[in-house]
Design a protein around this ligand. Structure first.
Ligand code: ACO
Length: 348
């Protein structure tokens, strides 16, 4: 049985910066409202046509691969987490495989939203442990800006999200006690509709309160209709308060689970890298666990919430800033739509 380690990590964010004040050009909002509720000052948006979820992932992957001292040709499995894939199908994993000139290796796409990267990391960890693969590329990438409602109607959701990508290369290690110590995954579908984008989708709105008008035809035609764009039902929906209430319970719970599994306590954590959902959520989690300010990494102020990309972007940036040293205990934790949540404990 092997243990896996993160051999290299990298990230990419688009160069277009949109401050809170920039958003006031499109919707009725204020810098004060956004900062007070979310901590966000600015976010990055991908170039509408030139940049895709896959192209951003490739930029992050190149850095992670180089830092892992390997090459794209040596990657033997891809796990790609995103909720904003380039196509409805196929997933981005195969697009990345093609564009990076990798061999005919397996490519798996993960649909676990904000917990996507932690889920992906956990799967990669299992494959390394069993010896099946030796050089796995794990990616989280999002291009939210293509599908947000930038009118006042959508402001409670659209001000939160940003674009970007992060990637990690997992390899086996023989150093005892080093690498990924454990991962923990959970879900509860009871609130699946409280943070969701219903269309395009095959439900046709079944069970939803505001089911849009069904097109007048016998078959097909129920992906996204012009009326759905008009009435806003084609955009992501979030019950912000329900998300907040659940997140502040599940984050500390799943971090506690990881610590308990390894006989450790919150005081042992050198750096907590939480999914950058909302600064208020992170601060609540920090307080619950009794962690000092320098033990929690936050960069939501600059990038907003980048969903599956947020954990690897934060981890990569923390590493670049020298906040992660050899032997440190790093805790990753995420919570998101589904609801799904998870954690990973790493001895760097
Ligand atoms: N600018 C100005 N006003 C706004 C905006 C905005 N961007 N968005 C909403 N408002 C208004 C509303 O219209 C409402 O006005 P009203 O009182 O006249 O009706 C008022 O502000 C309050 O709206 P609420 O939705 O009740 O605001 P709330 O205090 O709940 O804050 C927020 C909304 C920030 C989303 C909050 O619920 C929250 O932090 N939830 C957590 C959700 C979250 O962080 N999600 C992250 C993504 S999911 C994940 O990553 C896990």
């Amino acid at each position: 049985m092997f243990q896996s380690k993160i051999a290299g990590i990298g990230h990419y964010v688009p160069k277009n910066v949109y401050t809170n004040n920039d958003l006031t050009r499109f919707m009725d909002t204020t810098d004060e409202w956004i900062q007070e509720r979310t901590g966000i000052k600015e976010r990055r948006y991908a170039d509408r046509l030139e940049e895709t979820t896959t192209s951003m992932a490739i930029e992050a992957a190149k850095i992670a691969i180089e830092r892992a001292k390997t090459t794209a040709k040596d990657i033997d499995f891809i796990i790609f987490a995103t909720l904003s894939p380039d196509y409805y199908f196929p997933g981005c994993g195969v697009l990345l495989q093609r564009e990076m000139g990798m061999g005919e290796i397996g490519a798996l796409d993960i649909r676990n939203q904000c917990s996507g990267f932690v889920y992906a990391l956990s799967i990669a960890d299992q494959f390394i442990k069993t010896g099946m693969y030796k050089n796995i590329l794990v990616v989280g990438s999002e291009k939210h800006s293509f599908a947000l409602d930038f009118s006042t109607r959508g402001r409670a959701v659209s001000v939160i999200f940003g674009d970007g990508a992060g990637a990690a290369v997992l390899q086996p290690t023989t150093e005892t006690g080093k690498g990924i110590l454990s991962t923990h995954l959970h879900s509860d579908g009871a609130d699946a509709e409280k943070l969701a984008m219903y269309y395009p989708g095959a439900s046709g709105g079944k069970g939803l309160e505001n089911r849009p008008e069904w097109p007048d035809q016998e078959l097909g035609g129920m992906f996204v209709t012009p009326k759905m764009l008009e009435d806003g039902s084609a955009f992501p929906y979030m019950d912000g308060q329900a998300v907040f209430k659940k997140a502040v319970v599940k984050f500390p719970e799943v971090i506690g689970e990881a610590l308990a599994k390894n006989g450790l306590a919150p005081a042992d954590i050198d750096l907590l890298v939480p999914h950058q959902a909302n600064l208020r959520i992170s601060q609540f989690v920090q307080k619950t666990l009794g962690l000092a300010d320098d033990k929690v990494f936050n960069n939501i102020q600059k990038y907003g919430n980048t969903t599956a990309a947020s954990v690897p972007i934060a981890l990569s940036e923390a590493w670049e800033e020298g906040r992660i040293k050899e032997g440190d205990l790093i805790c990753l934790a995420a919570f998101g739509a589904g609801f799904t949540w998870g954690s990973a404990l790493i001895r760097w």
